[in-house]
Each structure stands twice: as C-alpha cells, then as structure tokens.
Design a protein around this ligand. Structure first.
Ligand code: ASP
Length: 437
C-alpha cells in the first residue's frame, strides 16, 4: 500500500502545522511519499512565502534592494527550524542563494525555493530523504511535462525509500529550474502518485473536503463525501473553485482515487474522488454539488424549420467560431436555438455576430438576453432518479426564480439553468436548501 500525501501552504505555515503534518504522516506507514508546498499564510494578514519570493525577484529586476523581503523569508524558515530543534543548514543554503541572486538568478529558480526549503525541513523533521523535484519532474522544450521520462525517473529514485519532494517545479531539458502554474504543487503530487501507481493521492489542505456549494452564498455548506471525476469536471466548468484539471488528469488517467483532507481536522474523511462508486445504497442525496457563473448572454435565433435545415447549425456555430467565441451551452427547439456565451467574450463582436447571422441564416427573429447567470446542479444519481429535474424547476418556481434557459448534458450528470443575474444567489440557495436540508 502506498499513499502519496501532498501538504499545501497552510499545512506548512509554521512549526505547529509541521507538527500536525508529522503526526499525520507517522500515523500511517503507507504515507511514504510526501510532497510539500512553500510555507503559506499563518493568519489573514500574513504573506505566502512564494509571494515574497516573487516580490524579491521584482526588486532585483528594478535594481532595488530586496534585503528586507529576503530577511522575512530567512526568518520564516530559520524560525521553523529552530522551533522544531532541527539541524538543517538553512543559513548555508540562503547565503548560496543570495550569491546566485547577485549573479542573476531566473525568476523560476528563485520562486521555487519556497518549496525547496519546505521540503528540506520536512524531510529532516520526518527522518525521510529529501528528493529534489529537479531530479525527476522533467519538462519538454515546449513547456509541457514529459510524463514518461518523469515517471521513469521517479520510479527509480523513490524505489524502497521514504521521501519528501518539493512541489511546484521541475527541470527543463537543458537543466534549468522551471515552475508549474501557481498552485502547482498539487500537480507535482498527482504526477508522483501516478508515477508510483499509488493506491491513493491524498491532498491535505485546510478545509474538510470540497464543499457542496460556495460558502459565500450558502452559510456552512456540507462537504461532499464522494464525487466522481466526471462530476468534479462538471462542477469546475460551472464555476466551482475546485482542483485544477491538470491536477486531476494524471491520477484520473491511472484510476487512482484522490482524497482531499484537512490537516487541521485529520479524522475527518474529507472528499473522496473516484472514477465511480460501486456501492452507494445508503447515500441518498441526488445532487452532489451546485455551482454557478455570472455574466452570460443568450443569443436566440428562431427560424421555421431550423432544425431540419441541413447545415444551419454548422453555419450558425461557424459565425461564433470566426469571432473566437466559444458557445458553452446550446439548448434547442424545432424552430429555434439559444447560444449561451460569456458576455465578456462578445462585448466587442456582438453586433458583427448578429449582422452575420442575419445575412447567413435569414432568421425570423434574433434576440439577445443579457445579464444571465448559469446555475448547475450536478449529480450522478440524477440519471436513475425520476423527478430530479421536476424537483429543481419546482423549487426555483416556488421561490420566484424565473428560469430563462434549461440545458442538460446527454450523460444526465447535470441540469443547468440560466437565470437573471439578480436571482443568482437565490437560485443557488433554493437548490441547496431543497436538496440538502
Ligand atoms: N507555492 C506555490 C504557489 O503559491 C505552489 C503551491 O503552493 O502549490 O503558487
């Protein structure tokens, strides 16, 4: 059994968080591969180490002394080391870094040092080996990750060892450090789990899993216990701030479950994400999660016989394509179709698009509805539960929310409604209350 455990910035913020991480790792011998972020904020006013490193680089760029920022970085890591009674030579590392900075360091290398120091300290604290990501996480020249080469390298390096790996960066073919996107330690963890065929990829953070709905809209929403990878994708597309697609991809591809856990509440099971769940008899909730996005426009085109005219849809979609506008949803009837697009994407081109539709299709009418928000109810059990959509529409109607558009994907994983933006929060609250409470 192997668990790859990734700990985010809040889990690495200070010595108290380090102690919680150690407790978690030591409580399960399967947690032999640990991936860490740079130290995060200790409280709301605090700074993330990575942000300080970016700031330091900006100072260097403009020829302004970065001594005070560098001091904050040094203090943070020497402070953790001293509080934990460790021996890691942070000072030596820091002065070598300082010299490199004077000689002209790359931004990627400098900002990657947060993860590097975190991993050095955590390895020392756990008694694990430090395994530098630059030894295995390999980029290609085009900037994409060379997964085959990376997996092979990590398999060799991690074989039979307990290791701590710094997240967020890897190495280019010519040996330079290159970072992933912000928040990229999640990706490092997923790649490590995929490379080593882990039984589970644990992503330890400061919330007890993915919440069913945005807590800024619904107070204290319940966390999701189980969610499939497809549902997660739907929720994320519909606006939920959940794991990035690139994070999920390596583990999903290998059929590895992903478990989101809370370092501050280690007994909570968190959210388990899998390809599918076999035995779910006692989990009765139809809706897994609710998400939404504002600022949409709907272009409705009506023409008698539209759906039986060969090529009409293609010509219509081509107009949007030519203006580089992606059509996110397109519910249709026999004589009309609605194209749902992000308002910001058509801000400049809407009149040109309407003019072209007029010219090419000669429709009976074209209508643009603005200030629309999209709300998606996502749930894998909807497909087998008769009356799910009826319940959704009834709940919205009863609460005075006017539904301007309805769309359902063929997999019946979601029901999407377009509502006036003034009804956005109400729609989400109503759905949550009628399905969860
Ligand atoms: N430290 C990096 C960031 O702040 C990467 C990470 O934490 O995942 O973006």
């Amino acid at each position: 059994m192997l668990k790859v455990a990734k700990f985010g910035g809040s889990s690495m913020a200070d010595e108290k968080q380090f102690a919680k991480v150690r407790q978690i790792v030591q409580s399960d011998p399967a947690r032999r591969v640990v991936v860490v972020s740079a130290a995060g904020k200790r409280d709301r006013k605090d700074h993330k180490l990575t942000d300080l490193l970016y700031l330091c680089y900006a100072h260097l760029q403009y020829g302004v002394s970065c001594d005070s920022v560098f001091q904050m970085i040094s203090d943070r890591y020497t402070g953790i080391r001293d509080a934990l009674g460790l021996k890691t030579d942070i000072e030596g590392e820091l002065s070598a870094l300082r010299e490199k900075m004077d000689d002209g360091i790359s931004q990627d290398e400098l900002v990657s040092r947060g993860e590097y120091f975190s991993a050095k300290l955590m390895a020392d604290y756990l008694g694990f080996d430090f395994l530098d990501a630059k030894l295995w996480l390999k980029f290609k020249y085009d900037g994409s990750i060379d997964t085959d080469a990376s997996y092979e390298a990590l398999q060799k390096l991690a074989q039979g060892r307990s290791v701590v790996i710094p997240g967020f960066y890897g190495v280019t073919p010519d040996g330079h450090i290159r970072t992933l996107t912000r928040g990229g330690s999640d990706i490092t963890g997923a790649l490590a789990a995929a490379a080593l065929d882990a039984d589970v990829y644990e992503n330890w953070t400061d919330v007890s899993g993915i919440l069913m709905v945005d807590p800024r809209i619904v107070e204290n929403p319940l966390p999701i216990e189980h969610i499939t990878y497809s549902e997660l994708r739907e929720l994320s597309f519909a606006g939920a701030q959940v794991l990035h697609e690139a994070t999920v991809f390596p583990v999903r591809e290998k059929g590895i479950p992903l478990n989101i856990r809370n370092t501050n509440e280690p007994d909570h099971p968190g959210t388990l994400i899998m390809e599918h769940f076999d035995d779910e008899a006692d989990d009765e909730r139809i809706i897994t999660g609710i998400a939404g996005k504002k600022n949409y426009s709907i272009v409705t085109v009506a023409k008698t016989g539209l759906s039986s005219t060969v090529g009409a849809y293609r010509r219509l979609f081509e107009i949007f394509e030519n203006h580089e506008v992606s059509v996110e949803y397109a519910p249709s009837g026999i004589d009309s179709i609605s194209l749902v697009v992000q308002a910001s994407r058509v801000e400049k081109s809407i009149y040109a698009i309407l003019g072209e539709i007029q010219k090419v299709l000669k429709p009976d009418s074209i209508h643009v509805t603005e200030n629309i928000s999209i709300v998606a109810a996502v749930g894998r059990r909807m497909v087998t539960t008769p009356g799910s959509s009826g319940k959704i529409f009834a709940a919205l109607g009863k609460n005075g929310v006017n539904i301007r558009m309805i769309s359902q994907g063929p997999e019946e994983l979601n029901i999407i409604v377009g509502v006036d933006t003034k009804d956005f929060s109400t729609a989400i609250q109503v759905l949550y209350n009628s399905f969860v409470k």
